[in-house]
Structure formats: C-alpha cells, structure tokens
Design a protein around this ligand. Sequence first.
Ligand code: NAP
Ligand code: MG
Length: 480
Amino acid sequence: MPSSLFTYAPAPESRSVVTLRPRYGLFVDGEFVEPRDGSTFTTVSPSSEEVLAEVAAAGPGDVDRAVAAAARAQRDTWGPMPGKERAKYLFRIARLMQERSRELAVLESMDNGKPIREARDVDVPLAAAHFFYYAGWADKLAYAGLGPSPRPIGVAGQIVPWNFPLLMAAWKLAPALAAGNTCVLKPAETTPLSALLLAEIVQQAGLPPGVVNVVTGAGDTGAALVAHPGVDKVAFTGSTEVGKAIQRTLAGSHKRLTLELGGKAANVVFDDAPLSQAVEGIVNGIFFNQGHVCCAGSRLLVQESIADAVVEALKARLETLRLGDPLDKNTDIGAINSPGQLAKIEELAGSGEADGATRWSPRCALPERGYWFPPTIFTGVAPAFRIAREEIFGPVLSVLTFRTPDEAVAKANNTTYGLSAGVWTEKGSRILWMAQHLRAGVVWANTFNRFDPTSPFGGYRESGFGREGGRHGLEAYLDA
Ligand code: NAP
Ligand code: MG
C-alpha cells in the first residue's frame, strides 16, 4: 500500500458497457449454436468468484462440425478469395475491435482478473494492431519470401491459454486468415468470453460462415481438435507439458505444428545500468499481468556490486504498487486467474523458503474473496533451487547475482527454456555481445515486455518452435 501522503480514491471502470449473456453457445459456421454432444461449464471472475456466465463445452462431435465448416469455407469462399478482398474483412475486424475496445477491455479484465489499465492499454490495442498489420499482408503474400505464389495450408486448429486470451486469439487468427486459411479456435476454459465477443465481431464484420469458428471447452476439447484428421495445421500456446503431448500426437501425421510454450527469462542488470529505469523494467518484467506472462523476467540476474542497492530500490517501488479490484483504473496488480494457478504459485513459493531463500513481500492487504497473491521477491537464490528453474507463472521474482559478463551469460542460459531475456547496461557493445550469447528468441535491451505486430516472437529449446508476428508469422500458415 502507498505510504505517501496522497491516497487514491476508487476509480472503477463501469461494467455497464458489457452485456453478459447468461449462457454462451459455440460459434460454428457463422452462428452461435448449442453443443450437440458437449456439456456446459461456468466461467468466474477471479477477483470476486462471481459466476459470469455458463459456457458450452464442445464434445468431439462439435469439434468435427467446426472443422467441417472450416474446411468447406476454405475450399469454397475464403481460399479462392483474392487477397485484397480478404484484407478488407481483416481491416473491418480491426476497426470493430477499436470501436468496441472498451467493451473488450472490461470483459477481459472481468474474466481474467487482469488490471483494466493493462487490458485497455496493452491487450486490446495490440490485438487490433495484429489484425491491421496482417490485413496489410493479405494481398502481398508473393513478397513474403516464400516464392511467387504461396498457398494457404488449409484448416488451422488453434489453442490459446488464459493469460492473454484476446491477444493470443488475435496472434493466431490474423496471420492464418491473411494467408487464406480458415480457423477453429479453442480458448482456455477459465477465460472464454473475449474470444466469444471476438466471434460476435467476426459475425458483425460479415466474414463468410465457417472462416472463423470458436469451440469453447477444457483440455479434452483441445485434444479432440489436435487429433481431428481434417486439421492441417496446429498452432498451440500453453505449457511445455501439453506442448510435448501435442507433438507426440502429431508425430508422423501430415499436420504442421508451431508451439509457443513456457519460459524462465533472465533479466540481466549490469552495474552501469540506469538504475531507476532498470527497476521499472524489473517491475514490468515480472509483475505485469500478475506475472502470468510466458516471457516474464522471472530471474533477476544483478551484478554483485549493485545487488543490495537494486533490491532496496525494488522493494521501495513495490511498496507503491496497488493490488486489488482489477476494474479500478488505479490498480497495478490484479487477481490470480484460477485457484489451480494460485495453488501452483503457493507451492513453488513454499519450496523457495524450504530451499533456504529469503522471501519478501510489501505490506499489502489481500481482498477476502477471489484469488490473490502479493508481489514477492526471493533473495539468496541458488541456481539449483526450484524457484530458479521452474516457471512459476505468478508475481514472484527470484534474485541471483553475477560478477562478470561470462558468468551472467552462463547463468542466464542455465535453463531448459529460451523464450526471452533482458539486458540493462549503458554500453551498446555489451548489449550486442549479450544478445549474441543469450539463447533466447527475444532479447530486450534497456526495456522489457515490448511487443509489436511487426516483430517476430518465439522460443528456443523447451520454449517451443515457430514464430508469431512479423513476416515470420506468415511462414507457419503458407506453403511455398
Ligand atoms: P495449458 O494447460 O497448456 O493450456 C493451454 C491451452 O491448451 C488451454 O486452452 C488448455 O485448455 C488447452 N489444453 C489443455 N490440455 C490440452 C491437451 N491435452 N490437448 C490440447 N489442448 C489442451 O497451459 P496453461 O497452464 O493454461 O497456460 C500457461 C502456460 O502457457 C505457461 O507455461 C506459459 O508459459 C505458456 N504460455 C506461453 C506463451 C508463449 O507465447 N510462448 C504465451 C502464453 C502462455 P484449458 O485451459 O481449458 O484446460
Ligand atoms: Mg474466468
């Protein structure tokens, strides 16, 4: 809680912009339909445990119907359509997302638990930007570096996680559609609502039926989609464990696969770094979106000579973060997405203490209802501790130290993952040297968690393969 003289009055964003339906069907062949062989589940607001809506869970028969609709649309309408016509639909989706941005942001914050400030300023504008960007590619595929007339792959089965539900859906749909593929999207069980609102936008934009289908449900719905013989390409974002299971299912099949999996990124701070800027970057790196970020800077590697000063400045900064109602515009830290995720974070934090690291959190009152975890720092962390090796996917930072650049690189690369990394230093030559030696798909210098649709994103090793964003993002959806 802020210790300053000034306190903040509540500044809640109004929920009235969102019309929740009591019950949501599946979006198949251009219509919202009841499941044929599925069941239903509820989605709740993680900050209050309020039931938001009942949602259809697609069974194998429903997945089959969605894939069949996508295959028909690919063959008859979307595939044969000239790129410049497809582009118009994508531009229309992007503009409708902007028009309905407040509604999308409030709904995302309610269903996910993330602060409205982040949903409003990051998730929604970036999601719209992805559609704008790939709309621009739709009539220029011959210049994507894949030969003069690259062809779409067919039906894409796309599975996304709960941490950035709308943004991940946009990352998946926009390049696939621009390239002439049709899609069956499976959102995460705990955050289905923004994908269903996006389906409504797709309908509003007048896309031909079957081009985009949304099948809500849990893991089995995803597994049925992956295994369906009519799917030509699987794009998955989620945990390394499920990614490996999908890879086993697809081995030997004709299906193409890209995997965007977990991470355990190092945020490396040298003694010549601009300190207050670095502290902001560390906070953004691990406490943005409650640390539910695959590329989160969850391991702080700080040069030994400045370690005490950095940790002290970091603690002072964390005292000013406001945790609470995600719909309050002043909130910095929202709710943990689910009781399951909260239990995972608590277990790993407990292991940090048991291993002998020192645990610290700012003074902050947790709301009584909902799922919450305070921002937490562990110092005295050895590389062998679980909190230095396993992805916590929560607001927990492990602090390690180093003396030389070589040691920083060795420690940063001492992980099975390789998604992202951060470097903080005044020296340009050191930034370039570090970027060359760090085994990570993205290396940020004197910043962290920066995204742009023109820039490719993806991992090495157990963080997966394939790139999303930029020209590279088209490669997954085109055959030369
Ligand atoms: P998860 O359990 O792997 O779930 C991801 C998605 O896969 C969800 O839609 C999930 O459905 C579905 N799913 C579960 N089991 C499946 C199966 N056997 N076959 C097909 N689909 C299945 O991951 P999570 O724990 O929700 O998400 C967090 C993880 O995602 C973290 O490890 C994080 O690093 C990673 N992530 C990576 C990126 C990236 O770009 N690299 C981005 C965001 C998140 P249900 O949720 O309904 O069970
Ligand atoms: Mg929810």
